[in-house]
Design a protein around this ligand. Structure first.
Ligand SMILES: NC(=O)c1ccc[n+]([C@@H]2O[C@H](COP(=O)([O-])OP(=O)(O)OC[C@H]3O[C@@H](n4cnc5c(N)ncnc54)[C@H](OP(=O)(O)O)[C@@H]3O)[C@@H](O)[C@H]2O)c1
Length: 346
């Protein structure tokens, strides 16, 4: 826990923030005013957000690109229910962030201006973002802003998939289908940290990367069908959503846990048909199928920070794009074959 700031807590306004550190009235941010393709994203000058009592204002140094932003911009249309059916209700976009706190609301007592943090905030593809204080933690000293900004959403998803939903125990055999993207690269490392025996599935050009992250064996899905191997797994983390349940079932133990994380983003209804079909198939089987949506909690962000500090996990950053090239970054993610993480630098 950080000591409190020597100054009295600021009032939740831009003026108060400016007293602690000069915060400009306006900032550059990526703005989404409609739905469509990544090209609709624009870099604009907008008002710097005002703080509320439970929030911190962060000068963002890095963010990363996640499928959540793809769904928000491109669809499928059902993903717009929460964001606005005809056009986005809020123009800001982005979730992950790493940066320096420049102001805190009056109810915040465990983060102070000057802290280097990482975590989750809406509209983080911007020079400044306001985050709930319980959604940021201290950045590990051994991670750069770019590395830390790549961790939150993908890392939380991998952690919760393995620990909470897969209930992975030391010595269990874990299969990770889709091991080379954002979630998958963290899942391989966290599964090893939990003491599992890890088999990872990815494409040819990423085999060495995934092996270097600690996987006990790596299956190149372009060369070998993992559902035709003799081995059986206690836990399947399905990030890629590339195979139907009846094929998975061939390599699962009777009591296996199947954790559905996602699936193909860029076709029809996105991963929804695969998720629905797998959950329905699971109802008739001895194995347990679970789908979940990752939650941002301070405890789990802290757990990820601890794993980074201990050298048990690291973010692999494949590409860096400046903020103004967010559309290019999102387009690349949408191709569906990222190598670990794509980062935006601010
Ligand atoms: N449930 C949640 O709360 C939650 C949270 C975050 C993300 N997600 C979902 O999880 C999925 C992955 O997210 P991400 O951030 O990891 O995306 P990502 O970084 O774009 O990674 C996707 C990976 O899928 C792999 N892949 C594609 N086809 C494959 C196949 N046939 N077999 C095995 N791997 C394949 C690709 O690797 P190769 O190039 O090696 O094929 C790529 O690296 C998305 O559907 C996303 O929506 C869910």
């Amino acid at each position: 826990m950080q000591p409190k700031a020597a100054e009295p807590s600021p009032r939740p306004s831009r003026d108060a923030a400016a007293r602690l550190s000069p915060v400009p009235e306006t900032m550059k941010a990526i703005v989404q005013t409609r739905y469509g393709s990544p090209e609709i994203l624009e870099l604009r000058e907008v008002d710097t957000p005002l703080l509320e009592d439970h929030q911190v204002l962060v000068r963002v140094h890095a963010s990363s690109v996640n499928p959540a932003e793809w769904y928000r911009v491109v669809g499928p249309p059902f993903a717009r229910v929460a964001d606005g059916l005809r056009r986005p209700k809020r123009p800001g976009i982005g979730g992950d962030l790493a940066g320096t706190v420049v102001a805190v609301g009056k109810d915040v007592d465990d983060v102070v201006p000057g802290d280097e943090v990482f975590g989750i905030a809406a509209a983080s593809w911007a020079e400044y973002a306001r985050a709930r204080a319980d959604r940021v933690v201290r950045k590990p000293a051994n991670a750069s802003f770019e590395e830390a900004g790549a961790v939150p959403i993908a890392g939380l998803t991998a952690l919760q998939a393995l620990r909470d939903h897969g209930r992975v125990q030391p010595g269990q055999k874990v299969l990770i289908n889709g091991a080379s993207g954002g979630v998958g690269t963290f899942a391989v490392q966290i599964a090893k940290a939990l003491g599992a025996d890890v088999t990872a599935v990815c494409s040819t050009s990423k085999v060495e990367l995934v092996r270097s992250l600690g996987a006990d064996r790596v299956i190149d899905y372009t060369q070998e069908d993992f559902t035709r191997r003799g081995e059986r797994y206690d836990v399947l983390i399905d990030v890629a959503g590339s195979r139907p349940f009846r094929q998975f079932a061939r390599v699962l133990t009777r009591e296996a846990m199947i954790v559905l994380v996602g699936g193909a983003m860029n076709r029809g209804l996105g991963p929804l048909p695969h998720l629905g079909a797998t959950i329905a198939s699971g109802l008739l089987r001895s194995q347990t199928v679970r789908f979940f949506v990752a939650k941002a909690t301070k405890e789990d962000l802290g757990a990820l920070a601890g794993l980074v500090e201990a050298g048990e996990i690291r973010a692999v950053v494949e590409r860096r794009y400046e903020l103004g090239r967010a559309a290019d970054a999102l387009r690349y993610l949408g191709e569906g074959h990222c190598r670990a993480k794509v980062v935006l630098t601010v």
